[in-house]
Design a protein around this ligand. Sequence first.
Ligand SMILES: [Zn+2]
Length: 305
Amino acid sequence: MNIFRHHRTVLALVILLAAGGLLFSLTARAAETDPLRVIVIDVRQGDATLVISPEGKTMLLDAGQMGTRHSRYDAGQDTIIPLMKSLGLDRVDVIVVTHPHADHIGGVPAIMEEFPVGVIYDSGYPHTVSAYERMLELAREREIPVKVPTAGDLIPFGDHVTVQVLGPTLPLERRSFMNINNQSIVTRVEYGNFSFINTGDAERELEGLMVSSGARLKSTVLNTGHHGSSTSTTPEFFAMVNPEVAVISAGKRNRFSHPDWEVMNRLRRAGTRVMRTDYHGHIIFTSDGETYEVASTPVIEDLTE
Ligand SMILES: [Zn+2]
């Protein structure tokens, strides 16, 4: 990644966060504590979201792709680590790997080598992608617990924020492992009136199971499943989540044609505000538990890249 552009992106993010903080301190309802921040990080084609709790705890929901011989871009090295450092963060309390596909787990080993990590939540899906094996190896070496959650579990994340697991809905021993995307760990982060649902690459099968589970799905923000692909965001699931903002994490002109036009139309018809990492860059939600603001870094990268 071009260093100059990269620095401008980080600078823009710092300015945005500072402005957000100022706004909050100026409002009459300013909280005693810092706000919750949810940053859907622009990691090109992939998924990575950083959650910072009011007390400063950090959680990563996926970490984008890793560098390969064909594509040197490594989301952990090139984007997430510099971004966390620019925010003064020096550890990751919780990592949730929704599922071990390269565009979600790829950046995890670099993060683990850079920062202390408290605990890892893993889908339990056995996979041979090198980042997955490296993650397990590092976890063993550093004695980091690796847990496999099931719907209904709560992920401890401080006193103010609730992180509920909504999927997979079946206990590990009863999962079929037919479709890795449908083993995605789905989480709902809640802070007062604000909530954010992260679905990984969950497809219609898992969405249907979550709808029929009766769990509370309604959320302020939906991180749209499978990068906005046609496999996901079924009308039933979308109606239950009924988000005010839908985020799509996808790479510019990606070869999968994400997001799907029909999904986009579904979001637009419902009047949902759509924010895309390929257009908006990093997308930052800031909430005091009553209201929220959304901001984004301008996409500085050359469109012809
Ligand atoms: Zn994916």
